[in-house]
Design a protein around this ligand. Structure first.
Ligand SMILES: [Ca+2]
Ligand SMILES: [Ca+2]
Ligand SMILES: [Ca+2]
Length: 376
């Protein structure tokens, strides 16, 4: 039997040693600081996108610009939202072209600027919206009023439930004693309500004085009949049972001082909760495991502030509505900040972005509030 030459063994040892040193060096290297890019700067030109023949086409809006569109990675569909500059509800395609719009009549409006208007598309194609201080309105795709429920104590969120009832909330300048969540039948009959003051002691401090006591800003009915409620001014989200008792409390204070939770949403199939933690700059979209409460995924961007909605899309991407801080990251000088919504992959690559190009938001939380994406 022929012996292997020793020099081969030596070469293998030396290569192994060098590789080991390289690995250790890499592990201990300080990462090079990447320059802060604004979302617009990471843009790919829309014109380069291959437009699917399935895409519904519409008309260009002078204020909307798509700065990123990766047609292979984005969840292709249409996006429904409110532009609160002029109180118009838009549905746009992936190019930002308007394929549908609706202007709520003046008599539905209480405030000049719609505050926290939620808009959703129902399974039958109708559109359901909550108009703060006014009520809930359901229209068909031609804009005809199909159903309404007037209640001055309404804001931020409305959901049509599987049983046909409607769940809505009140957190805009709410006071202790107000019902923060209500469920009404199609006949307008109140069948369930939840008051924070039944479960929390009223404490009149600055923390609890920002636009109301609790400033509840979101609710979701879960399949077991419990209800997820976002108590913004308490920095908490709670799950309450049918009798109103709090059966679960998620405390967001551990994510930093004054992080306002927005639009927490439980995805039961994925056993996770996705929430926007708004804290002017930076902000974070955080996904936690429902049971362990461990962070499974989180996204922030140095050019991003004031996100108030994040939705997990069927392809695993996340649609986030917020404000681009112009790349300055400066919470004082916000005059160059503009409204934006972005779609990011699980790997945190921006694959779609829509911005308002002709009007900055200044110190406002932005002209977009929430958005919904519908697949083609
Ligand atoms: Ca809703
Ligand atoms: Ca909801
Ligand atoms: Ca949404």
């Amino acid at each position: 039997m022929r012996k292997k030459p020793y020099w081969i063994l030596g070469v293998v040892l030396v290569i192994g040693l060098l590789a080991g040193i390289g690995w250790v060096t890499k592990k201990t290297q300080t990462p090079v600081e990447e320059p802060v890019e604004t979302i617009a700067e990471v843009a790919e030109v829309v014109a380069e996108a291959e437009i699917s023949s399935e895409m519904p086409r519409g008309t260009t809006h002078p204020s909307f610009e798509i700065t990123v569109y990766d047609e292979n990675q984005a969840y292709n569909g249409t996006t429904l939202f409110v532009d609160t500059r002029d109180n118009i509800i838009y549905e746009v395609n992936m190019l930002g072209e308007v394929i549908w719009e609706f202007t709520p009549p003046d008599e539905w409006l209480v405030y000049k600027n719609i505050i926290g208007l939620d808009v959703e598309k129902l399974e039958n194609g109708n559109v359901l919206m909550v108009i703060s201080g006014s009520g809930i309105y359901e229209i068909d795709s031609s804009g005809n009023l199909i159903w309404s429920h007037s209640d001055p104590d309404v804001s931020h969120d409305v959901d049509r439930l599987e049983n046909g009832n409607t769940l809505y909330i009140f957190g805009n300048n709410d006071e202790a004693g107000d019902a923060n969540v209500k469920e009404v039948t199609s006949a307008g009959e109140l069948v369930w309500e939840w008051k924070a003051s039944d479960h929390y002691e009223y404490v009149d401090t600055d923390q609890f004085a920002a636009q109301g006591w609790t400033h509840v800003n979101g609710a979701q009915r879960l399949s077991d009949g419990t209800t997820l409620i976002s108590l913004r001014n308490f920095y908490k989200s709670v799950i309450v049972d049918g009798s109103g008792e709090i059966v679960r409390e998620y405390d967001w204070a551990s994510f930093g001082a004054n992080v306002d939770p927005h639009e927490p949403q439980i995805y039961e199939d994925e056993e996770m909760l996705l929430v926007c933690l708004q804290n002017d700059s930076p902000y974070e979209a955080v996904q936690i495991n429902l049971e362990t409460e461990e962070i499974e995924w989180a996204y922030n961007h140095p050019a991003f502030r004031t996100a108030r909605d994040c939705d997990r899309l069927p392809n695993g991407n996340t649609l986030i509505v917020g404000v681009n801080n112009g790349g300055t990251g400066n919470a004082v000088d916000m005059m160059d900040d503009y409204s934006v919504m972005v779609e990011v992959t699980p790997d945190k690559e921006i694959v779609w972005a829509l911005k308002i190009i002709d009007e900055t938001v200044g110190s406002k939380p932005g002209w977009f509030y929430k958005a919904e994406r519908f697949g083609l």
